[in-house]
Design a protein around this ligand. Structure first.
Ligand SMILES: [Zn+2]
Ligand SMILES: [Zn+2]
Length: 182
């Protein structure tokens, strides 16, 4: 029997400085530096990559806590949605794409608990669920080609915020076009 030639478990020493983001595996840059926002100092991450993961996990514990060390994470919203908080500009009601049985439906969504209750009623009405449990996935657009899908009704708040953001971006794009034409 030949001796196994050691590709030892220590081929990647644990104390080696990690220089890539544990989510996208890219290196940090001046514009997108790597951060260690929790106790996982060996797992650097881009702020945007982590925020996207948090958004994707919205309504679950991983939205607010590191899934490895359980420390609290910074809020994802300023990173993905910007700090501005004026929803007045947004045309109302906002529409969300709701995926049900592999079909996409556009439904109006409004923020807050009343909005969520109204949304639930609408879904029950539309799909004839009679208050049975249902699975819902929201598809939100962060950018033209940047979609994140959120699962479960607990993600409702996050979905309304993202919808408000894309509506704001769309309306400011129209404003800019109008200004250029003048
Ligand atoms: Zn990354
Ligand atoms: Zn951690």
């Amino acid at each position: 029997m030949s001796a196994a030639i050691g590709l030892g478990v220590d081929a990647t020493p644990l104390d080696a400085e990690a220089t890539t983001c544990y989510i996208c595996l890219q290196e940090g840059t001046a514009a997108k530096p790597l951060l260690t926002p929790c106790a996982c100092k060996e797992r650097p991450v881009h702020r945007e990559c982590l925020a996207r993961w948090q958004l994707h996990s919205s309504g679950k514990s991983e939205e607010r806590q590191c899934r490895f060390c359980y420390q609290d994470l910074p809020d994802w919203q300023p990173t993905l949605l910007g700090s501005e908080n004026e929803d007045e500009d947004a045309p109302k009601p906002l529409m969300a794409a709701v995926v049900f049985n592999n079909t996409v439906y556009k439904l109006p969504i409004l923020p807050g608990p009343e909005g969520k209750a109204a949304f639930k009623r609408k879904v029950h009405e539309l799909f004839g669920l009679n208050n049975r449990m249902f699975e819902v996935a929201f598809e939100v657009k962060l950018d033209q080609a940047d979609k994140v899908s959120l699962h479960g009704l607990n993600a409702y708040e996050a979905a309304t915020r993202c919808a408000a953001l894309s509506a704001r971006r769309a309306s400011s794009a129209v404003r800019q076009e109008n200004q250029q034409q003048q």
